[in-house]
Design a protein around this ligand. Sequence first.
Ligand code: ZN
Length: 336
Amino acid sequence: MENDNVFNLQLSSEKCFICGKEFCENNPKTEEHVFPKWLQKQYDLWNQRIILLNGTDLPYKQLKVPCCKECNTKYLQEIEKQISESAKLGYEQFIKLDELKIFQWISKIYYGIHYKEFFLYMNREKPNNGTILNKDDIYRFEMLHFFLQSVHKPYIFNNTTPWSIFIFKTLKYPDERNFFYHDTYNGFCSLRFNDIGIIVIFEDNGIHKEFFKDKFVGYNKISLANIQFDEICAVINYKYSLFNRVPKYMIEEQEDHSIIFSLPINGLSSSSPWSIWDGKVFKKFLLNSWSKYNITEEQIISTNTNHTTFIKDESGYYLKQYDINNKLKNLVKIID
Ligand SMILES: [Zn+2]
């Protein structure tokens, strides 16, 4: 597993960010848009800016990574085709997609952003200060990069999938609120567009999907408003931040395919794979998700067992946009 041939993580602007091959006449360099062109076009992202890890921003259209022609035209374009066709048709069609395709598509975006950060200076005026991500940082993504090789090599995930993917039906908005992307450095990502909200944990062996399977039953009966989706993101992201195991895998390389075995997440330990939920810390996650609605820390209640929610009322009914607006107004009123 330490073998370079397995991970093949090549960091050079003259090598493909997916397969690691050096560009040549037969397989020349192309530039792959991290956020695909169809997505940028549909949600008018070209000139909107994405905020990078160092707090600087970059227009979506400039977020491009070096990719060989073969990976670009043979493999990635095929994934884009499947994803974009389903995405345009909406949630009901999107959930029929093979989960591996969704994983490949989102991990290409996630990995692409952080790969790009490896080439961008932390401070453009002071190049000596180094790049946003250094070599050690980017090696944290080597397992993800390895899974991403499944776009051009057949992989068999033997006993479980390495990821947790959650897909929710969301409310459509007629303006820029209809697109949202957020990720964290530790392998969490959320993306919302059209009527589709996706949350991914890249390496947890599916344990969070299993943990939340009862909690989210029924959520697909409604279209979640953006504030509701943001709340779910905060819940999953915080739970994942409490995850105290490092997933391990065994890789069996065959001639024409690789088999991936996930090792049991608990190993020999009987302790919980999560540290204890702390309402005070969770409040910060909610605040992060909700500050764009002008909600302040004082307005959020978050104990170890309970928290302010925009998903259901006291009787268990889902809140609609009208109720949400009223609740938001009342929140502000109470504090004023
Ligand atoms: Zn390639």
